[in-house]
Design a protein around this ligand. Structure first.
Ligand SMILES: Nc1ncnc2c1ncn2[C@@H]1O[C@H](COP(=O)(O)OP(=O)(O)O)[C@@H](O)[C@H]1O
Ligand SMILES: [Mg+2]
Length: 320
């Protein structure tokens, strides 16, 4: 066997000899460190690529699905509104008939109406129909919300205007919109730094902030929690960045879930409460801005999402 060949072994020993000096060992260790760093970079890049690839393919799928569903759900929603109005009129009419029925109580028509009323359980129907309508309305609204998320996610019809925007103003208006969701669950603390205007797609950045705020609210399981919004700036000149943090003291994210939170359709929420699209949508938006979105979380303690955006937008061919 080659390994037991003494000649070979001695040749190997000889050929390795130059490496064993302290200088060479040092060189080797250094090279090894470099390799480790490169390897880590490579693996991070690969993760990003996988994420972009997933986003791209799911985006195409989402665009198709959203387009197909958007139209029918639009007229179902609109017809539903009309139907609700018609029902109000029908109920008014029914009450008038019931009033008139009293005057027919001893006639054959009166008896027939009474029998029919009992047969179809009219009183129960009158009670149940509004409940069914309400539930259906909620269902339709939910589907519309999903379709709209999907459309945003696939950027169908999104405005592509890059403008200089004041992010604090965006945060304030977003807070106003979601205030209804937040106010019963959390206090909001704002720790705003001195930040410049940012060249961005403001409605999309607002969407990201909204997703983070709603997630933070959902994460608060205690009686009441706190959501802290911080902003600040780093870097100089061309590499100047603005960051926004949304931190909550809610349930936190389990270790095994943290790498999945940006995946499309990953959700730990019950059906109806979560679509699993919020963060993947946000990831796509921040990526389009050449920014980063990071998360750190301590299960049971809370979670902090941080978005960093370059102040000036440099369009790249890939984005166009
Ligand atoms: N602030 C947060 N605290 C705890 N878990 C979070 C937080 N934000 C996101 N998550 C986790 O990430 C998952 C994905 O979030 P998201 O993409 O917004 O989808 P959804 O909110 O519809 O579930 C959530 O279901 C939840 O498990
Ligand atoms: Mg969400």
């Amino acid at each position: 066997m080659p390994t037991t060949d003494p000649a070979l072994n001695s040749a190997q020993a000889k050929s390795c000899q130059p490496c064993s000096g302290p200088h060479q060992v040092h060189e080797l260790l250094r090279a090894n460190e470099e390799l480790k760093i490169l390897n880590a970079k490579l693996s991070a890049t690969q993760d990003k690529l996988v994420q972009s690839e997933k986003l791209a393919s799911i985006g195409q799928l989402a665009a198709g699905v959203a387009h197909e569903i958007n139209n029918p759900i639009g007229y179902i929603f609109s017809n539903f509104g009309t139907l609700e109005r018609y029902l109000v009129h029908l109920f008014q009419m029914l009450s008038a008939y019931e009033e008139a029925e009293r005057h027919l109580s001893d006639t054959p028509q009166g008896l027939q109406l009474k029998k029919l009323r009992e047969q179809i359980e009219l009183d129960y129907l009158k009670e149940d129909i509004p409940n069914l309508m309400q539930e259906s309305r909620e269902g339709i609204s939910r589907v519309r919300k999903i379709v709209s998320d999907l459309k945003d996610f696939s950027r169908v019809g999104a405005s592509q205007e890059w403008v200089w925007a004041n992010l604090h103003r965006g945060i304030e208006s977003t807070l106003n919109i979601v205030n209804n969701e937040i106010k019963y669950k959390a206090d909001v603390a704002k720790v705003f730094g001195d930040i410049p205007d940012v060249q961005c797609l403001p409605s999309e950045i607002n969407q990201v902030i909204m997703n983070l705020l709603i997630n933070a609210t959902h994460a608060i399981t205690a009686e009441r929690g706190t959501i802290t919004i911080r902003t600040g700036r780093t870097g100089e000149g061309d590499s100047e960045q603005v960051w926004i943090e949304v931190e909550d003291n809610g349930c936190g994210i389990a270790k095994e879930h943290i790498s999945k939170v940006f995946d499309p359709f990953f959700t730990t929420k019950p059906v109806g409460k979560g679509t699993g699209l919020g963060l993947s949508l946000s990831y796509g938006i921040v990526q389009k801005h050449n920014g980063h979105i990071d998360v750190r979380s301590e299960p049971g303690q809370g979670t902090c999402f941080r978005i960093s955006l370059p102040v000036r937008h440099h369009s790249t061919e890939a984005q166009e």
